[in-house]
Write a protein that binds this ligand. Structure first.
Ligand code: ADP
Ligand code: TRP
Length: 349
């Protein structure tokens, strides 16, 4: 059976983007592959270096993974920091990772600009100047720079070949493949397979935000969470950006409207989608009605998950058991890889 690895950082509740971009694939894959799904708590330190209550944040994701339907008897669910071998592999990979290639990744550049409190539009040269500026009171951490090597370690430690992630992770995946290849070529072995991004439905999913443009995300401040109650969902959906409506039949949809339809395509039935699409094409669309329907469909989707989240969160013993079981299984696989890695490099295995 092929091995699959994926993880999500415990930086908040899961939202519809996480669900349809990643978790939905986890659910389908768990029956067909040897799956490892983890909670990337070390990774969360790259952007949240002084976590408020990291155990609590980890439990949030754990409960939500389980409530979505990841089955701990089928897939191995674990917490990244429970598997210390990941940190050792990260160290080895960092020895052969170039700071230039790491600095050129877009997610590093975006996040570094934020950490330096400089304008997103500032050039790469300006950003570098700020990084080297001794007088700057803000700095960029080495942890942020080496985010992709830690992610590569997560994946190749179980020799995974498929990684279900959203479209935004493509560059990190490219780096993971590069670091796997580099290990093999540096030591003249065919040890790590190259992991590929995997989209269950064969196309990368991007769940849009409803605030006009771009994706739904925690840091975008536009997320609809699986845990949101009916009222909150309705409020968020009714606020979605729309326009005065089309004046010509079959007009191209501007981005905010296209996003509303994309969301409906994801959570509503085909009939519902077709109904409103036709209304749009006939210039008879009433966005208020469409949003009301969308809010209802999102709530119908989230309600059972929300109930399960609350049940599972109240059962600490169960969560501890799942995490312990996962840690054992993941550590066994990781320890085996690390024994071989140490021998390949020349250390005691
Ligand atoms: P966020 O962007 O909200 O901080 P994460 O970076 O923790 O979310 O993402 C966890 C997983 O969810 C990743 O696989 C990512 O690709 C996926 N994901 C996040 N937001 C979206 C989205 N809007 N559409 C599709 N997938 C997404
Ligand atoms: N970088 C991923 C994200 O932001 C989280 C992650 C860390 C991950 N390690 C991973 C995803 C390994 C897949 C495989 O969502």
């Amino acid at each position: 059976m092929e091995t699959v690895v994926s993880g999500i950082r415990p930086t908040g509740n899961l939202h519809l983007g996480n669900y349809f971009g990643a978790v939905k694939s986890f659910l389908q894959m768990q029956y067909e592959y040897n799956c490892y799904f983890f909670i990337a708590d070390w990774h969360s330190l790259t952007t949240h270096p002084h976590p408020d209550n990291i155990r609590n944040s980890v439990k949030t994701i754990l409960a939500e993974y389980l409530a979505c339907g990841i089955d701990p008897e089928k897939a191995t669910i674990y917490i990244q920091s429970d598997v210390r071998e990941v940190a050792e592999l990260y160290l080895y990979l960092n020895m052969n990772a170039g700071i230039g290639e790491l600095m050129r990744t877009t997610s590093f550049k975006d996040k570094a600009r934020k950490q330096l409190h400089i304008d997103a539009a500032d050039s790469d040269g300006d950003m570098e100047k700020e990084i080297f500026n001794e007088g700057n009171k803000h700095s960029v951490s080495a942890g942020l720079l080496t985010y992709p090597t830690l992610m590569a370690a997560d994946i190749i430690i179980h020799k995974a070949v498929k990684v279900p992630v959203g479209k935004d992770q493509e560059q990190n995946m490219e780096m993971a493949r590069r670091f796997a290849r580099r290990f093999n070529s540096t030591f003249g072995v065919e040890f790590f397979p190259e992991p590929a991004s995997f989209y269950y439905s064969n196309k990368a999913v991007k769940v849009p935000g409803l605030d006009g443009s771009g994706k739904m995300g925690k840091s975008e401040g536009n997320a609809i969470y699986l845990i949101d109650d009916e009222k909150t969902i309705k409020k968020k959906v009714m606020k979605a950006v729309t326009d005065a409506g089309p004046t010509e039949p079959n007009s191209v949809k501007p981005e905010p409207i296209a996003n509303l339809f994309t969301m409906m395509d994801i959570v509503s039935t085909k009939d519902t989608y077709d109904f409103f699409n036709e209304k749009y094409n006939n210039c008879e669309i009433r966005y208020g009605d469409m949003k009301k329907q969308l809010a209802e469909d999102i709530n119908n989707f989230c309600a059972p998950i929300r109930e399960r989240i609350l049940d599972i969160r109240a059962n600490d013993e169960y969560m501890t058991k799942v995490a312990r079981m996962g840690a054992e299984k993941a550590s066994e696989s990781a320890a085996k890889t690390l024994r071989e890695v140490r021998e390949i490099i020349g250390f005691r295995g």
